[in-house]
Design a protein around this ligand. Structure first.
Ligand code: FES
Ligand code: MG
Length: 597
């Protein structure tokens, strides 16, 4: 063995490889590097391998996460891309969060996953990091953590599942989960049929195959410039998906060499592009919360991207994609129609083409690199600007005395558009258990004109802001054929769901001086889509006195507020630190510049 220059105490350690960075742990940098090599060599790596750029690959495989079941194959393909380009790929785990197996909610665990991601990227000697995610909360968690860590990051998405088939009709998770369950509740289909449907709703691995939160975040991540455009839509089970993984590996080595950090790549314009795409795809309301959380991790963008940004962009942006829940089709149709590349060609006049991407090219340069005539795209799936599915404002932001800090409504997913401008008496449920107990009670005083109100499902309230905002139509009305009602909550709704549903009301009812907390059954509530107004028809005096009475009551009880201070563990941390929906429901201590007020 030759003497190794790394151990020459008279020379500074000089190399670009991550193994040689941040060598402060043991006082003497040479000894720190010596120790690192001792341990990593236990895995059999050679000096040659260890002199390469080190590309970390985050493994979020879990037996409880079918949306991530292809992660082992993606790792293999990404490693191939890294190693063919002269890097060394090293995988490591973080937590994996699936929608259905994340009690109390996946949103509750999103911030934990973001902390895990951030700290492991910071802690380990890597030059760039491929973050494999897919299921709803995982991609936002990884972007949040990756931006905060501010080392080069490359999201790699697991991809959507294929649709299934039931009695000659295509079906897919999870818009059709909900439609069919509603039909079953209304007695339109029987228990045999609903059991058959259960077998076909998720017929392959991968993320939900409609424009739910996972697909939305995939499209948004591509629009941010952080990954190849095809990476947004290639099916989880396709060979294209593996080639994207290989390409991501190759990109990772280039990004490691140029050391392009997410806080440099991502600008205000990147987010404006992402929000334009969100509006044009009729994306999930959850993406609003996630994008706010992601932007607020960026020191230059915290408080710059706000709910108003979504509203302003919405006014200029038509809904162009005919996918469930706003339309009729599935993610593989979007992919076959040209996916994000075709969509962005259509959206070109609305985009900031100078926005930088992970490849070192601007978005405009990427769009220019493909001749448009290559996209003889299916104009039923990706509509031209001249023939949109919905003229503008797929997602709208409402304000009013009921939601001083805003509320969100996916107008394009409303089933009865008359309800977008509606006044009706409130039927109030104080929390989820109250709703479960009374919603199907035949004596519940409710008509199709009532406004269903569910409190206590906000960020703190439940906790973790569950997707319980899709309040079911009371059984007695459903069986009369009522399909939609105006519904309000401080919670979220699955991106795969539809209806006239106002969500994310801020401040949430659990906040002692929340106006939403004082709504009573019988109060008149007005939603006016034109003026973007959400109003409780009581006088300012009554509103104020109800708020102060409730506040006194909550404080006298030493109730929820006191109890939160004492809760142990992650739940205690969550309830004490989570901010409101209009801020991203992140922890106040994780945002770039501290709490936003
Ligand atoms: Fe993972 Fe829908 S459950 S994306
Ligand atoms: Mg979902």
């Amino acid at each position: 063995t030759k003497p190794n220059e790394d151990y020459d105490l008279d020379k500074p350690i000089s190399s670009t490889s991550g193994l040689r960075q941040g060598l402060t742990s043991y006082g003497d940098a040479h000894f720190s590097l010596f120790l690192r090599k001792v341990f990593i060599k236990a895995l059999g790596y050679s000096e040659d391998a260890l002199s390469r750029p080190i590309i970390g690959i985050i493994n979020t495989f879990s037996g409880f996460n079918p949306c991530h079941a292809n992660v082992p194959q993606l790792i293999e393909a990404a490693k191939r891309g890294v190693q063919l380009n002269g890097g060394l790929a090293i995988e490591f785990p973080t937590i994996s969060v699936h929608e259905s197996f994340s009690h109390p909610t996946s949103m509750f665990l999103r911030n934990l996953m973001s902390m895990d991601t951030e700290e492991m990227i910071k802690a380990q000697p890597l030059d760039a990091c491929i973050m494999i995610g897919g299921c709803d909360k995982t991609v936002p968690a990884q972007l949040m953590g990756g931006i905060s860590a501010n080392k080069p990051i490359l999201p790699l998405i697991t991809g959507p599942m294929m649709p299934g088939s039931h009695r000659g009709k295509r079906i897919g998770a999870c818009t059709d989960c909900r439609n069919n369950w509603a039909a079953f509740r209304a007695g339109e289909i029987d228990v045999e049929e609903i059991s058959e449907i259960n077998e076909e709703l998720a017929p392959t691995i991968g993320t939900c195959g409609v424009m739910g939160t996972a697909s939305t975040m995939a499209c948004v991540t591509a629009a941010l410039g952080m990954m190849p455009l095809r990476g947004a839509s290639a099916p989880a089970v396709s060979s294209a998906r593996l080639r994207i993984a290989e390409e991501t590996g190759a990109n990772a080595v280039a990004v490691a060499k140029s050391s392009s950090k997410p806080q440099e790549i991502l600008t205000k314009e990147s987010f404006l592009n992402a929000i334009t795409v969100l509006q044009a795809i009729g994306g999930s309301t959850n993406a609003v919360v996630h994008l706010l959380a992601i932007a607020n991790r960026h020191p230059q963008l915290q408080g710059v991207i706000t709910l108003e940004t979504f509203e302003e962009i919405g006014k200029k942006t038509p809904l162009l994609i005919d996918l469930k829940p706003s339309g009729d089709n599935y993610m593989n149709d979007f992919h076959n129609a040209g996916g994000m590349m075709a969509l962005l060609q259509v959206l070109r006049p609305l985009l900031h083409l100078s926005a930088m991407t992970i490849t070192g090219k601007t978005l405009g340069e990427i769009l220019d690199s493909v001749p448009t005539k290559k996209f003889a795209f299916d104009q039923d799936i990706i509509r031209p600007l001249s023939n949109p599915l919905f003229p503008s404002s797929s997602l709208v932001v409402l304000h009013g005395n009921l939601a001083p800090n805003g509320a969100v409504l996916k107008a394009s997913a409303s089933k009865d558009r008359h309800l977008l401008t509606h006044t009706g008496p409130a039927v109030v449920f104080e929390y989820s258990a109250d709703l479960a107990q009374r919603i199907d009670d035949p004596t519940l005083e409710v008509t199709k004109d009532s406004v269903l109100v569910l409190k206590g499902i906000g960020p703190i309230g439940n906790p973790g802001m569950p997707e319980a905002g899709l309040i079911p139509i009371p059984k007695k009305l459903a069986s009369q054929g009522v399909k939609d009602m105006l519904r309000l909550s401080d919670g979220r709704m699955s991106g795969t769901a539809g209806g006239t549903i106002i969500l994310h009301i801020s401040p949430e009812a659990a906040v002692p001086d929340s106006p939403f907390g004082i709504v009573e059954t019988g109060d008149l509530i007005t939603c006016d889509i034109e003026s973007r107004r959400l109003h409780l028809d009581i006088s300012d005096e009554v509103l104020k006195s109800r708020i102060s009475q409730r506040k006194q009551l909550l404080e006298a009880e030493a109730g929820p507020v006191q109890a939160r201070k004492q809760k142990r563990g992650y739940r205690g941390l969550y309830e004490r630190s989570v901010n409101q929906a209009h801020e991203g429901t992140d922890f106040d201590f994780l945002t770039a510049n501290g709490p936003v007020e």
